[in-house]
Design a binder for this molecule. Structure first.
Ligand SMILES: Cc1cc2nc3c(=O)[nH]c(=O)nc-3n(C[C@H](O)[C@H](O)[C@H](O)COP(=O)(O)OP(=O)(O)OC[C@H]3O[C@@H](n4cnc5c(N)ncnc54)[C@H](O)[C@@H]3O)c2cc1C
Length: 466
């Protein structure tokens, strides 16, 4: 776990009267929203349960949609990311997301598809980029004012009353905010608050029946083991398992994620489980694993990371509380798109909140009232309407993509590797080519429409007041 420590400022127990938005969680989602809000000078406070900014996990790959979202959040963001991003190391593989290999001995060399198993074939709109999470985190935190971040602040309760939201922390502190954006990850507490009463069956994340082992290897070791195959992104496929490898850290390191199908249930509340090294090895011995891959696996920690998702989220908000990132739409990582979807959320939400601030008088914004509440609700509703269909579609299709990597179709039927590659070719463009400019316009337009509808209601209520 990489971390960056910041001094802790003192809490302002009532941030509701001056329109301050609480962001719960300082992961990629929460930080991206904070960058956007900073850009528009909209006040916010981040509450993070960890003692410092921290990046759990290793590499993260970002597609063209994620880069475009960065651009629209703050053009410096994308520029800085590109300085640390790593693509495939061979120039001719620049536009290749992944190349198929077999996991079994020989890796499939000599088969008809060998040398021709990359996707997306013939499409140059995609350029492979990935980064070490620590490097991405360092960039994101550099945009955020230290005074706006509170560490060691685990939200333990949250409720809405008197047109504001109250947050209670594990240490007993209590604060109030005009609105809250829960960015607290796949098992985030804010999901229970938004969905618990209306949709209790959709609160808990679902175990996808897959877990992973992870590792980062110096590239020189990866090359010693894999030779020429180490320098570019590969997906090693097999029935019941797959391994993804790609270069990060400007080609100095290789990121490895080994996926294993699990027909059982995930037990316990933790998302990770330490197992004996022999157990990890046993997970792959039935596959007649190529010895080179076995050597890679030897470098992984024998920790199983359960993969959970949120296949259904009936709404992303409840009045003044809104969900963003994994807490809204955690996905299995097979399309390398979860963080990118969080960036898209952040883009749409900060822009619609910008619209809210731009079109609302400062006297209304700064004082809790039914009118302020309804305007914030309108912003969250516009965000929900634009973002939820696309983000949930990513969750759904990621499951199918993960099955293809294990040579099965969505009905559980076996698929030949060459057919899997053909299908994979067409699966990503809708994600990469999402029209984010149009999504921003739609969300802002929808907010305007919803607020227009409120005008007459507020006037009527105003004239009825004594
Ligand atoms: C193996 C794997 C590989 C992946 N690869 C990719 C990839 O290549 N590309 C991609 O786009 N995505 C990928 N993803 C998905 C991506 O990592 C996530 O979508 C993204 O990191 C989620 O960010 P987030 O900010 O929503 O949540 P998180 O990163 O989980 O952040 C949540 C934050 O909230 C804090 N928090 C939680 N509860 C509380 C509380 N009660 N009070 C205060 N703070 C709290 C946590 O400490 C944490 O800092 C991958 C995921 C996995 C598992």
């Amino acid at each position: 776990m990489a971390s960056t420590t910041l001094p802790t400022p003192s809490l302002n127990p009532d941030s509701s009267s001056d329109f301050n938005i609480a962001i719960i969680g300082a992961g990629i989602g929460g930080l991206a929203l904070a960058i956007g809000l900073s850009h528009l000078s909209i006040p916010f406070t981040i509450y993070e349960s960890a003692p410092a900014f921290s990046a759990v996990g290793a590499g993260v790959g970002l597609g063209p949609n994620a880069l475009h979202a960065m651009d629209l959040i703050d053009s410096r963001f994308r520029k800085r990311y590109m300085e640390i991003a790593t693509g495939n190391l061979k120039p001719e593989k620049r536009h290749v997301m992944m190349e198929a290999m077999r996991m079994e001995t020989g890796l499939g060399e000599g088969e008809g598809w060998w040398g021709n198993g990359g996707w997306p074939k013939g499409y140059t709109g995609f350029e492979r980029t990935g980064a070490h999470r620590k490097d991405l985190l360092d960039i994101m935190t550099s945009f955020i004012r230290k005074e706006a971040v509170f560490f060691n602040k685990r939200v333990s309760n949250m409720w809405q009353a008197n047109n504001t939201v109250t947050l209670e922390f594990e240490d007993g502190d209590v604060v109030q905010h005009a609105a809250v954006v829960g960015c607290d990850g796949v098992k985030g507490f804010s999901r229970r608050i938004v969905l618990g009463e209306r949709h209790p069956e959709h609160v808990e994340p679902k175990y996808t029946g897959k877990y992973v082992y992870r590792a980062i290897l110096p590239m020189k070791d990866a090359k010693r083991i894999l030779g020429d195959l180490a320098t570019d992104a590969k997906m090693y496929m097999s029935k019941g398992a797959n391994i993804s490898t790609y270069p990060i850290s400007k080609g100095k390191q290789m990121n490895i994620v080994a996926f294993r199908r699990d027909e059982g249930m995930w037990t316990g509340i933790e998302s990770t489980k330490e197992v004996a090294r022999e157990e990890m090895v046993k997970d792959f011995t039935a596959i007649n694993l190529d010895p080179r891959l076995m050597e890679l696996l030897d470098c992984a920690k024998p920790t199983r990371w359960g993969i959970f998702n949120h296949p259904t989220t009936p709404t992303y908000y409840s009045s003044l509380i809104c969900l963003l990132g994994d807490v809204a739409h955690a996905s299995s990582p097979h399309q390398g798109a979860g963080a990118g979807q969080g960036l898209e959320d952040s883009l749409i939400l900060y822009r619609v909140l910008g619209r809210l601030c731009h079109t609302t008088s400062s006297s209304v914004l700064s004082t809790p009232s039914p009118e302020r509440l309804r305007r914030i609700e309108a912003a969250f509703r516009a965000y929900d309407e634009v973002r939820r269909p696309r983000a949930q579609e990513q969750v759904r299709t990621a499951e199918e993509t993960g099955e293809l990597y294990q040579l099965r179709d969505k009905h559980g039927r076996e698929v030949r590797l060459e057919d899997a590659v053909r299908t994979l070719n067409g699966r990503f463009r809708w994600i990469w080519e999402g029209d984010l400019d149009s999504d921003v316009r739609r969300a802002e337009g929808r907010f305007d429409e919803l607020v227009k509808g409120l005008g007459s209601r507020d006037e009527a209520e105003g004239s009825a007041r004594p």
